[in-house]
Design a protein around this ligand. Structure first.
Ligand code: CA
Length: 254
């Protein structure tokens, strides 16, 4: 599969700093979005440490057959699945280590949404409320399930989708890098078809633009990922730009 992609991170219209980070490693076909949390610019540090650590581990396992697996190797998932899952857990350890560097880093944390391409398969890993969506033909689908308080309430039928969108606790994530040492990473392997579009994004996009609107905008300009990514960021800003907006858009061709 040939991949065309675009990655954009925008501070938005309300925040002074950008706590999101993203990373693209073309050689390893790795794409990562991270959304940091924490005061005194610590969120910026957390997301940056995370994306760099993920890349470091993916690079290491892409070139060295003798690598040791710091959390073991799971036989029931693929090599690339192990690489991505371990990279995210390795990043969690790095963020936890960094929280001890300075007093103001205490409590910092970050989400991660990452894609590692292996031939015709996309390995997806995520923690927190950054999301991965797929557009296939007209079907637009969220492939990840947010680790957030409102999503748990929604899944348990306690609140409606409409209530979730405007809920005062909608920013509360229940799982993040920088929290527990024994981090649970959601991992899935998704077969790719020619024409598929994957969208990785921080919640600065999804709290400002509805899924229906993202699907419509992507559908209009999906053949041009450069343009489509900018259209999404512009729309989030047009709707208020209340948070940092990061969009990584991938399109696959045979
Ligand atoms: Ca955010």
């Amino acid at each position: 599969m040939n991949i065309s992609y675009q990655a954009i991170s925008d501070v938005g219209r309300k925040r002074k700093g950008n706590e999101d980070s993203h990373f693209v490693n073309e050689g390893q076909k790795l794409f990562v979005v991270a959304d940091g949390m924490g005061g005194h610019a610590a969120g910026e540090i957390a997301s940056k440490v995370a994306v760099e650590a993920i890349n470091e581990f993916i690079e290491l396992t892409g070139s060295d057959d003798e690598v040791t697996w710091p959390f073991g190797f799971e036989e029931e998932i693929s090599l690339h699945g192990n690489r991505l899952k371990t990279a995210i857990r390795f990043a969690n350890r790095k963020v936890l280590d960094a929280t001890r560097d300075k007093a103001e880093y205490e409590g910092m944390a970050t989400t991660v949404a990452a894609v590692l391409i292996d031939g015709d398969t996309a390995v997806l890993g995520h923690v927190g409320d950054s999301r991965i969506y797929r557009l296939r033909g007209d079907a637009f689908e969220q492939l990840t399930s947010d680790h957030s308080w409102v999503n748990e309430q929604l899944q348990n039928g306690i609140i409606s989708a409409e209530q979730a969108r405007s809920h005062p606790l909608r920013n509360v994530v229940t799982r993040a890098l920088g929290g527990r040492a024994d981090l649970q990473v959601d991992l899935q392997e998704v077969p790719l078809a020619a024409g598929d579009v994957l969208l990785l994004c921080s919640d600065g996009l999804t709290t400002m633009v509805t899924d229906e609107e993202i699907a419509r905008l992507l559908g209009e300009s999906k053949d041009d990922v450069q343009k489509a990514a900018q259209v999404l960021v512009d729309e989030a800003n047009r709707n208020g730009g209340e948070d940092n907006i990061t969009v990584v858009l991938l399109r696959f061709e045979a």
